[in-house]
Design a protein around this ligand. Sequence first.
Ligand code: LIP
Length: 266
Amino acid sequence: MSLARDLEALAIDIAQDAGALARMRRQEGVAIAATKSALADIVTLADREVEALIRARLAEARPEDGFLGEETGAERGTSDVTWVVDPIDGTVNYAYGMPQYAVSIAAVIGEPVAGQWEAISAAVYAPALGEVFHAARGAGAWLGDQQLAVNAEVTPAGGLLATGFGYDPATHAGDLARVARVMPMARDLRRGGSAALDLAYVAAGRLDGYFERGLAPWDHAAGALLVAEAGGECTFIAGDDTNPRPLIVASSPSIFERLLQLSLDD
Ligand code: LIP
């Protein structure tokens, strides 16, 4: 089997064990461990425990690989592979007891920098929903054993789109202005709270498109590969002096250019 398929299988296996731990801790009750970039940006003890499990399993299976995780940061490896991990994407949903959270694990090759790496394997597991989205470069995107495809066309009513908002209240005006620019092409808007699941839903045709500024690399590393392998377009635009927050836009090809232009800030 190819490296991408081997790493996909490993990512699925570890994501399922990690997700089972996250779900068990959720049922036991969640403790907020700290806040990070803003009061709303929380980390739970489960985030830390789940990332530790993922990191240990990867170190055992692939000791030469690098790691980039939301809770424990970056460590260079000696191979060309880096694992980009969000132990619980949708942390606030998780803390509030909502089921829209996921373990997101991606294997990338090249420089471990968003926009420079090539993702080759991905697993996004939503334990409370019992869904495992996965992909290997060149082998398609899947929900379990069901192959995924983005919606080829959107309805005359417009696209069902999703977005998200930053933890920092100072970013909300810009985010809301972006929503106002995009709404004329939308039939409706969803704010699910997990970028990994928003991207997985674009790949599955449950959404026509998704756009968000301010994501961290681990939020989108796996989901972007799902979209690409499902026939969609997904672009990462790094932050700059005008807007330091990077932009992710993903959709079916039929609406991508229009969604990208409307998502970009004036
Ligand atoms: C979250 C993303 C979500 C975004 C939130 C947050 P976390 O990641 O999945 O799309 O809107 O602000 O970044 O913090 O739950 O890993």
